[in-house]
Structure formats: structure tokens, C-alpha cells
Design a binder for this molecule. Structure first.
Ligand code: ITT
Length: 202
């Protein structure tokens, strides 16, 4: 029972795999990475919402592999930036996947914003596309605020500048298990695991 995980982001892949393996329990599926699909050609993520982009990636992965395919589209929505970087989180500074440059640009853009107006949320939407054409979307959100300087080396992306509500450590200072328990991705993937148990044969 093979399922493709369509992502090029290695750190995201590690999280997806870890959370899904934990959440699926006895309902075992073998997760394949994009490297297992010969010459996978990516489509541009032209969607204006996380859901549209997750579907673009999952549909293409499914079309090229013939396998049920999962894709994650995620990002940080900062209130003081009207929800940006949002779907542009991976390339906010202009360099796709340059986490340090991306988070520094956000810090610079809200440098003058007072603490009580620095609310932000991580959002994760996960698409599951089945070879028969059925499509499913689940999502998760983690609310918090953006700090003034990075803290911690764990996680990836904007984790070092994000303090989740009720936390005294940034997402980058949490252990992987602690992050998964409260993160946008953890919530979305635990929903996905329930869906997989219903729509995919064991
Ligand atoms: P794929 O499209 O190949 O999956 P990507 O990195 O381009 O990889 P996205 O377009 O979904 O993926 O961008 C997600 C970006 O949002 C990611 O690069 C981070 O900057 C940020 N992000 C997402 N989840 C995060 C998390 O758990 N912690 C910190 N930052 C996160």
C-alpha cells in the first residue's frame, strides 16, 4: 500500500513522515518520496490559497506516479503584514528555501510593530489525491506571535522567530515531539491519518 509524499523540502518531508508514521499506527502504508518517482517534473505553485497549491502538487504527483499522493502547502500568516508571507513563505525574500533570508525580511518588515500587534499563525493544508480522481483537503493552524530576534536551532523555516500561544520557547526550541503535538502540521496530519484509515485499504 504505497503513498507518495510530494515535497522537495527535506525538513518538511522529515516532519510529514514522522507525524504520519506515528498517527497511522496499525494502518501501515509505505511512504515514498519524490526521489522514488522517476523524473518528477514540478508545476509552478500559482494558487492564491494553501489549498489550491496543495492540490496542484498532489494532483501532479498522482498523475505522474499513479499512486495516492499527499502534498503539504504551508506558511506563516502575519497579521501586521495582512496575512503575508502566507503562500509566498518559501520564497518571501526572493530566494526559494532560504530560511534565514526569509525570516530576516519578515523581522525587518515588522521592526516597528509593537509586541501586542505581532500576532501570526502557521497554517498547513494537506491534500490527498487518489488515482480515481477523489480529492481531500485537511488543515491545521498554530496561533502565536513573531518575536524580535531568532531563538533556537530546531525545526525549519520561520520556527526560530515564532512563539506559539501558551509557550515560553519558540518552535525552534521545542523537541520534534513537542512541536508535532501543537503545530499546524501535526494537527493537519492527525486529521489526514483518520481520513486515510477510511479511504485507503489497510
Ligand atoms: P514543497 O512545495 O516542495 O513541499 P516548499 O518549502 O516550497 O516545499 P511551501 O511552498 O509549502 O513548501 O512553503 C512552505 C514554507 O513555509 C516553508 O519553506 C517555510 O518557510 C514555511 N513553513 C512551513 N511550515 C513551517 C514550519 O513548520 N515551521 C516553520 N516554517 C514553516
Amino acid at each position: 500500500n504505497k503513498v507518495l509524499l510530494a515535497t522537495r523540502n527535506r525538513k518538511k518531508l522529515v516532519e510529514l513522515q514522522r507525524i504520519l508514521d506515528g498517527a497511522l499506527g496499525a494502518h501501515r502504508i509505505a511512504l515514498l518520496g519524490l526521489d522514488d518517482v522517476e523524473q518528477y517534473a514540478e508545476l509552478p505553485e500559482t494558487g492564491l490559497t494553501f489549498g489550491e497549491n496543495a492540490l496542484i502538487k498532489a494532483r501532479e504527483g498522482c498523475r505522474q506516479s499513479g499512486l495516492p499522493t499527499i502534498a503539504d502547502d504551508s506558511g506563516l500568516a502575519v497579521d501586521a503584514l495582512n496575512g503575508m508571507p502566507g503562500v509566498f513563505s518559501a520564497r518571501w525574500s526572493g530566494q526559494h528555501g532560504d530560511d534565514r533570508a526569509n525570516l530576516q525580511l519578515v523581522l525587518d518588515q515588522i521592526a516597528d510593530v509593537p509586541d501586542e500587534q505581532r500576532a501570526a499563525s502557521f497554517v498547513c493544508t494537506v491534500a490527498l489525491v487518489l488515482p480515481g480522481g477523489k480529492e481531500h483537503l485537511v488543515d491545521g493552524r498554530q496561533s502565536g506571535r513573531v518575536l524580535r530576534a531568532p531563538r533556537g536551532d530546531g525545526g525549519f523555516g520561520y520556527d526560530p522567530i515564532f512563539l506559539g500561544d501558551g509557550q515560553d520557547r519558540t518552535n525552534a526550541e521545542l523537541t520534534p515531539a513537542e512541536k508535532d503535538a501543537i503545530s499546524h502540521r501535526g494537527k493537519a496530519l492527525r486529521e489526514l491519518a483518520k481520513l486515510i484509515a477510511k479511504v485507503l485499504p489497510p
